[in-house]
Design a binder for this molecule. Sequence first.
Ligand code: NDP
Length: 250
Amino acid sequence: MRMQDKNVIITGGASGIGLASAKRCLEEGANVIIADLASSEGSARAAELDSTFNGRCLFCACDVTQTASVDQLFDTCVTELGSVDAVFNNAGIGGIQPSIDVSDEDFLRIIDINLNGVFRVSRAAMRVMYRQGSGSIVNCASILGVFGQSETAAYTAAKGGVVNMTRALAIEAAPKGVRVNAIGPGYIDTPLIAELDKELVQGLISLHPIGRLGRSEEVANAFLFLASDEASFVTGANLMVDGGFTAGKS
Ligand code: NDP
């Protein structure tokens, strides 16, 4: 078991990549807290997993735009489970719109969830992990963290910020025994993509040399590696899980 008795927090764990990651961690022996908006289906999903995996999955309502909510999440994890061994900063929203139509509110909301939220959660994680002298933080970036795409200014800015913030945090946290890495998914078949026009999705598929969208489980496996002790000498990395999307572009 690659995650036996590890305590893992996954933000945005009610859906898509986060939910698949929760399942993979449970399969590998971890205790998992699914942290998601109270309005999400997280509590039902967590209850199903809890019953399948013998009481090892908990739901905690958390909004990553609210510092108090994030800090409460970590207090709950320490109180209920005793430690925080790995965190997946996975909560995020999409946003495709011509920049001239984007309101201040829309722009700031994407940045607040996709970038500031990652910082709030990482800060709370580092406070606990520094006391423990160990831990692994994994931040979900994107292919759009390293390349631009039309009509995604806020999303691209946020994900680019996540990639470079990951490097800064990794250097800062390394002497304390804490690793910080990012994952850069290509387009993955989740509810986030289901919102897009079918023709647009066909065009997106053609950008991946492997010739299909990715699956949530394929990103979950990358998270599992970075979260586990198998990645004990890996920090500050941005692991692309993108079916070759970025390979020809560097
Ligand atoms: P999903 O929409 O399936 O899951 C995202 C989850 O995050 C949802 O449960 C959502 O809740 C939750 N969430 C949204 N806002 C907040 C918040 N403020 N606080 C806590 N949770 C919140 O998306 P994916 O699984 O596709 O995406 C997961 C991550 O992967 C995101 O960071 C995304 O940017 C990234 N990614 C996804 C790609 C893809 O192609 N799918 C490609 C590259 C990166 P609700 O549904 O209620 O809004």
